[in-house]
Design a protein around this ligand. Structure first.
Ligand code: COD
Length: 301
């Protein structure tokens, strides 16, 4: 089963237990809007940590009736993240969400050695895009956490994403490892890593997916383009997951899809104790809502 659009995520959370979500630095309009909607739709049971006066003022100006919601007043953003993270590690909540705070600051708290959410795995960012010009939802990793992943880190990033796709119902997701070209070029590290990842997959060193690479973006997403170049590949034109060479390429693709192609996006951090809803502060309320859905669908217990 593949996801045709982000709305399909709703089907995956129907009937599962309602997840407890803690929103850190909760005094943020779009985050509160998304959390309120997900609460009303019985997807999550939220806890808000942040500047209570601001939270109440945002909610009253948008007519969100938050009577009965737990609010923890912590006006200092870094402190509110610490409180939220500690609630997760003490098993009081199942999903962490970023509000009005920078991604790097939140991630540093998550990685805190004493009270963070480390599991021994690499943490990585995972995004799902619904783009009108592609036949299904396409996953992209890592566009927001690992800056310049090594081969070892790319293996962990693929494993995190494949495990998540497996939980979303994909039995054997097709993974395209991107480069600027589809031939191995020893001067382009991304193409060397891609060839190694493909071979490791063939030898079952990376399981539960079909990996091919290097593929350039055009042959990863267009069969016609792959055929024109004479590329024989099970993945070309039918990719479920794009592995980015680094954060710069990934982030530019993310923003181009959203701003130029009007794509819808949902994104989370994988590999920590729980899924973390980590959208950009400029992402829409809809993107934050879809990310909550994704986190709920991806969380296990
Ligand atoms: N998974 C697990 N542990 C990690 C990871 C990871 N992905 N990254 C770092 N660690 C561990 C290291 O092993 C080390 O023990 C500790 O954390 C600190 O590592 P540093 O020194 O590399 O960490 P920082 O604090 O300099 O950087 C970590 C960040 C996640 C903040 C950094 O990688 C970063 O800034 N990423 C980009 C975040 C960002 O700006 N995204 C926005 C794009 S929209």
């Amino acid at each position: 089963m593949v996801l045709k659009n982000l709305n399909d995520l709703k089907r995956l959370v129907d009937g599962i237990p309602i997840r407890k979500l803690v929103l850190a630095a909760a005094n943020d309009q779009h985050s509160l809007g998304a959390v309120y909607r997900a609460w009303k739709e019985n997807i999550i049971d939220p806890i808000l940590v942040g500047d209570e006066e601001e939270i109440q003022s945002i909610c009253s100006s948008y007519n969100y009736d938050i009577t009965g919601l737990r609010i923890i007043n912590e006006p200092v953003p870094e402190k509110s993240v610490e409180t939220a993270v500690k609630m997760i590690s003490s098993k009081q909540a199942d999903i962490l969400m970023k509000g009005k705070i920078g991604s790097a600051t939140l991630l540093r708290c998550v990685l805190n050695k004493e009270w963070g959410l480390r599991t021994g795995n690499l943490l990585s960012h995972f995004a799902l895009f619904e783009v009108e010009t592609y036949q299904k939802v396409i996953a992209v990793t890592d566009v927001a956490m690992n800056i310049a992943p090594t081969l070892h880190e790319k293996i962990a990033i693929v494993n995190n994403s494949v495990a998540c796709l497996n939980r979303l119902g994909y039995k054997m997701p097709k993974v395209a490892v991107l480069g600027a070209v589809e031939m191995v070029n020893e001067n382009m590290q991304a193409t060397l890593d891609a060839a190694l990842l493909s071979k490791m997959n063939q030898r079952d060193q990376i399981k539960n997916c079909i990996i091919d690479g290097p593929l350039a973006f055009d042959n990863a997403v267009s069969l016609e383009s792959a055929q024109l170049k004479g590329i024989k590949s099970e993945v070309a034109g039918d990719t479920d997951l794009l592995l980015m060479p680094d954060i710069e390429v990934g982030n530019v693709l993310y923003k181009s899809l959203v701003f130029f192609a009007k794509a819808k996006v949902a994104s989370i951090i994988l590999g920590a104790m729980v899924p973390i809803v980590l959208t950009s502060r400029s992402d829409s309320e809809q993107a934050k809502f879809d990310s909550i859905l994704l986190a709920a669908a991806a969380s296990t217990y």
